[in-house]
Design a protein around this ligand. Sequence first.
Ligand code: GRF
Length: 217
Amino acid sequence: MIRIGVLVSGSGSNLASIIDACNEGRIDGEVSVVISNVADAYALQRAENRGIPTEVVRHDDCPDRQSFDMRIVSTLEKYQVDLVALAGFMRVLTPEFLSRYSGRVMNIHPALLPSFPGLGVRQKAIDHGVRFSGCTVHFVDAGVDTGPIIIQAVVPVYPDDTEDELKNRILALEHQIYPRAIQLFAQGDLEIVGRKVFVNNIMKEDSQCLINPPLNN
Ligand code: GRF
């Protein structure tokens, strides 16, 4: 059983999917603490409703990024966290933080990295006219959305999509792949080699492909 610390800033739908997966035995672990940098984040309420301890570490209360991160580290240490899962956490972590949790920090991003890193990415994908987008769970390194990729899921994008339509299409898959990535970590099945993440015991499905618009319509 691994102890998971989830860092949030907002709604917390991914947090809820992780807690539910732990409760349903799809993750061999438990969410030991939820830490938010935003005092009124709805994610905190979701955690409290599910009986999970919460902590608020406001970045405004800290003189600089490093002291903010060190306060988060000491909170994670208090709860003896093995894995840090960023779930809509809107701060970039310092190298000092990452060196303490090397290979043990994950993030979920609502695009197919390395395309569309950063913010506002669903609208950017629609505006670019891509036929597919999706979501990515990756290990966190010192860059923004640049770390080794663990798992990705793909959805079609339509030129007349609204941002909300694409957001909801992607979010439904986020809630499936984030718990899966965490369970692979919990089982010890992930190995980081340079930029790549090798996953033990997975089937290769060479025929798996998606075409949009479809060939036969
Ligand atoms: C998700 O879209 C996730 O990909 C991004 O932030 C959003 C968080 O949503 N990193 P929620 O707070 O989990 O509902």
